[in-house]
Design a protein around this ligand. Structure first.
Ligand code: CTP
Length: 470
C-alpha cells in the first residue's frame, strides 16, 4: 500500500484537518484514521463480501461474467479432425443457455483457431499453461473450479491416455487433473486406434474413474475409405448429453416421433429407376434433433448418402410403396413429420428384367401411375392418427399460397414450405428458408442451416405438445 503522510497534503487540506482534529479533541493522525474508517464503512461490507482476489487459490469459485444462473461448460478441444465440429458444439451449447469457455490443446490449434473459438464463445480462449497473463487472471486451478461441467470434444486417443494416466503437462490435462466437476468425453479417432487394446484399457480406466462418455459413433471417417467406430458424436448429441447431466433438455422425452426422409426410387427395371434430387439432410437433421430432445424416433429413409443418425431407429426403403408400408408399421406415434420427397409417380409395369435396346425397335414407352400420398394417408386416418402431423411443401413459385392449399388438401396440422427452385440451393444444400404454415397463419423463419431448422421445429413441437393443442 502506498504510504501517505500528513505533511504531503496541500496547505488548505492540512489547515482543515487541523481544525477538524482540534474540534474533535484528536490528534491530526487520529483524525485522518477516523475519516478513513468512516469512508470504508460507507462503502460497506457488500464490496468486501463480493470481492474475489485475483488469486488462483481463491476459496469460492467465482461466477464473474457468467450471465444469471447459466450453467458453465468448459469445452476442451483436442487435436483431431473432428475439432471443426466443436465450433458447432459451442453454438449448440450456447443456444441452450450454457456459458461456454474453451481450452484448445496445441494440436487442436492445427485444426481450429483460438480466434474462431473465441468469436463463437464470446470469451477468451485458453491455450497455454504457462501464459503469465492468463495465469494471473484465470489460472488453471480456477478454470478447473469455475465450471459446472467439462466437455472434452474431440477426446483424442492421446488425450484419453494422458488423462487415464494422470498426466498434467499442458493446460488441458492440468485442468482435467485439478477439477472436481463432471467430465464428459466425446472420443474421436481412427477406428483401429479406438479398438486398440491400449485405448480400450485407458477407456475402462476413465469409466472406472467416473468420466462420462458420448460416442464414438459408427460411420465414414474423414480419411477417405475409412469407416468403423470412431466418429465423434454429433454436436446435437453431445449438447443433449450435457443437458441430461443437468437433468434438463428432454423436451420430447417419452414421445414417439416418426420422420420420413430422402427421395424414393421408383424402378423402371431391375437396374434403372426414377428419382429426385432430395439429399435427406433436412429429414435426417429433424430425426437427430428429435432424438436429442429425448424422443423415441423412427426414421423411414429413402436411399441417401448419409449415416444413420445416432439414437434413432432407421428403416431403409426404396420406393414410395415401401415407405408407406414402413410408415404404417411404425404407428402409433405422437408426432409424424413427412420430410421425404416422395416420387409422385411410378412406372406402371416395371420390367422384371433389364429392358434391352435393339436396333430398329421403338424406345420404351413408360406409362406412369400415381403413387400413394403417404402424408395424406396418415393425416386422414380414422385410427392411430398422430396428434401432430407435419408435412413439407417443396415449391418453386407462390410458396406460401401453394402450401396453404396443401395444408388443407393433405389434412395435416402444419406445413413447412420451402422454395426448391435451383437458384435457392435448398435441394441438396445445407441451408433452408422455411415458411411455417398453420391454421393460424404463415410465419417466415430466417434463412438458416438445416440443423437449425430441425432444432427450431423440435422446440416448436415440444411447445405445441405442452399446450396439447397443435
Ligand atoms: N408426400 C407424401 N407422399 C407423396 C407425395 C408427397 O408423403 N406421394 C408428402 C411429402 O413428404 C411432403 C408433402 O407431402 O411432406 C408435400 O410434398 P410435395 O412434393 O411438396 O408436394 P406433392 O404432394 O408431391 O405435390 P406437388 O408435387 O404437386 O407440389
Amino acid at each position: 500500500m502506498a504510504s501517505l503522510t500528513v505533511r504531503q497534503l496541500d496547505e488548505r487540506l492540512k489547515k482543515l484537518l487541523r481544525l477538524r482534529a482540534a474540534r474533535n479533541g484528536r490528534s491530526v493522525e487520529d483524525e485522518v484514521r477516523t475519516i478513513l474508517r468512516e469512508a470504508a464503512d460507507q462503502v460497506g461490507t457488500e464490496v468486501l463480501e463480493n470481492f474475489t482476489p485475483p488469486s488462483v487459490h481463491s476459496a469460492a469459485p467465482s461466477r464473474r461474467g457468467v450471465p444469471g444462473d447459466a450453467k458453465r461448460v468448459l469445452l476442451i478441444i483436442g487435436g483431431g479432425i473432428a475439432a471443426y465440429k466443436s465450433l458447432d458444439l459451442i453454438r449448440r451449447l450456447k443456444e441452450r443457455g450454457f456459458y461456454v469457455r474453451c481450452i484448445l490443446t496445441k494440436a487442436a490449434a492445427h485444426f481450429v483457431t483460438p480466434l474462431a473459438a473465441g468469436a463463437i464463445t464470446g470469451e477468451r480462449v485458453f491455450t497455454d499453461l504457462f501464459d503469465p497473463a492468463h495465469e494471473f487472471d484465470v489460472g488453471h486451478i480456477r478454470l478447473a473450479r469455475e465450471t459446472d461441467v467439462i466437455v472434452v470434444a474431440p477426446a483424442t486417443a492421446d488425450l484419453m491416455a494422458k488423462v487415464a494416466g494422470g498426466h498434467a503437462d499442458d493446460l488441458a490435462t492440468t485442468v482435467l487433473l485439478a477439477t472436481t466437476a463432471k467430465v464428459l468425453l466425446a472420443p474421436a479417432m481412427n477406428p483401429r486406434m479406438w479398438s486398440n487394446k491400449a485405448t480400450q484399457r485407458n477407456l475402462a480406466q476413465l469409466i472406472t474413474d467416473g468420466f462420462a462418455l458420448v460416442g464414438p459413433n459408427e460411420g465414414e471417417m474423414a480419411e477417405t475409405g475409412e469407416s468403423g467406430t470412431g466418429r465423434m458424436a454429433e454436436p446435437l448429441e453431445i449438447a443433449a448429453v450435457v443437458e441430461k447431466l443437468f437433468g434438463r433438455g428432454q423436451s420430447l422425452s417419452g414421445k414417439r416421433v416418426l420422420v420420413t426422409s430422402g427421395p424414393t426410387h421408383e424402378p423402371i427395371d431391375p437396374v434403372r429407376y426414377i428419382a429426385n434430387r432430395s439429399s435427406g439432410k433436412q429429414g435426417h437433421a429433424i430425426a437427430a434433433a428429435a432424438a436429442a430432445a429425448g424422443a423415441q424416433v423412427a426414421l423411414i429413409s429413402g436411399p441417401v448418402n448419409l449415416p444413420d443418425p445416432p439414437g434413432v431407429t432407421t428403416i431403409h426403403v426404396e420406393s414410395a410403396h415401401d415407405m408407406l408400408a414402413a410408415t404404417e408399421r411404425a404407428l402409433p406415434v405422437d408426432v409424424a413429420i413427412f420430410a421425404a420427397a416422395v416420387a409422385d409417380w411410378r412406372v406402371a409395369n416395371a420390367g422384371e428384367h433389364k429392358i434391352k435396346k435393339s436396333k430398329g425397335q421403338a424406345t420404351p414407352n413408360l406409362a406412369l401411375v400415381e403413387n400413394p400420398d403417404i402424408l395424406s394417408t396418415i393425416a386422414h386416418r380414422k385410427s392411430q392418427r398422430p396428434m401432430l402431423v407435419i408435412g413439407f411443401a417443396a415449391e418453386t413459385e407462390n410458396v406460401a399460397a401453394n402450401a396453404k392449399v396443401k395444408l388443407a388438401s393433405k389434412g395435416c396440422d402444419w406445413i413447412l414450405a420451402n422454395d426448391v427452385s435451383p437458384q435457392t440451393g435448398i435441394m441438396g444444400g445445407n441451408m433452408n428458408t422455411i415458411e411455417l404454415v398453420t391454421a393460424k397463419g404463415v410465419e417466415s423463419w430466417p434463412p438458416q442451416s438445416k440443423d437449425d431448422v430441425a432444432v427450431m421445429l423440435i422446440s416448436r413441437i415440444a411447445d405445441a405438445l405442452l399446450k396439447e393443442k397443435p
